[in-house]
Ligand binder design. Sequence first.
Ligand code: GAL
Ligand code: CA
Length: 346
Amino acid sequence: MRKLSMIGAAFLGSIFFLCACGEEQPDVPDKSYIGVAYYNQSDTFLNELLDSFKEQLKEMQNEDMETVVMVRDAAGVQRTQDDQVKELINAGCDVLCVNLVDRADPSEIIDLARDHDVPIIFFNREPVAEDLMQWDRLFYVGADAEESGAMQGELAAETIKTNDQADKNRDGKIQYVVLEGEAGHQDAIIRTETVVKTLAESGIELEKLSYQIANWNRAQAENRMEQLIGQYSNQIELVLANNDDMALGAMDAYKKLNYTEAALPLFFGIDGTDAGLKAVVDSELAGTVYNDKEGQAKAMAKLCWALITGEGMEELDFQKERCIYLPYAEVTSENVDEFLARSNTP
Ligand code: GAL
Ligand code: CA
């Protein structure tokens, strides 16, 4: 009997204890919701950036705060993205991260967010400055497209000057083609402009054969490159691609046509995606420019955290009031290991 009543007392005691805990709720972390809307889930660079973003947030979590990330893919349609943002706000998101489909068309999203007082971190596709000025809870995280074009130009100039096989037909000029990202995308326009300008300023004689738009996409680039090879056969000495996926797609086209290594042009990309870095290791890409996805992801995660908790804003390195730009870096087979290590450890 005595034993039983002791167990009973212990049981009652623990119920009391549990209730007391329930009232104070000291152990349950607060949950914050972060809504991410991006232009297209087939984009390699952005998928790697978002993986890193989620990892960074997980690392910042502690016993007081947990973050839940909800991701939406607009499949290239701005109207779809507008609806997704509405849905994310209604679901109770505390912060939004938006990679616009159409960088010139953020008004609907900004109005929605402001009406519900949900701050927005735009990333990768930079809205025009006037739009960012519409509200003081709008931010941007990305990189400076001109810098990437200039670096790609420097890498290509250096390689051409030190490689006597680059000018295959020995006419003193480098015959080149450009594979461009989306029409109207600032990274595509500015990279193409700057890479060519930088090459010319470094004293390389250039002859432009053609350019093709391949929307950042490997399969499209392969297809466009096949057309270019059909048109120019062995004349192409240099392929300048606005990103790694398109440089790799161009290479796929040559592989499919069984070109020997000696007959291949030089390929240059931008991004330093996993596949891009591997192609530099294998000397298939002569070089790429690192688009610092870990740095961008970290800046986004810290900014989310600061907006949610109200702490840490002063640690962030803002330019133009509310923008953060991460530097690019040149990657060749000589320093590629450094970048492989970076992309494996966020
Ligand atoms: C660029 C990147 C591309 C593509 C594009 C999407 O910065 O180099 O690979 O991801 O953004 O907006
Ligand atoms: Ca030539």
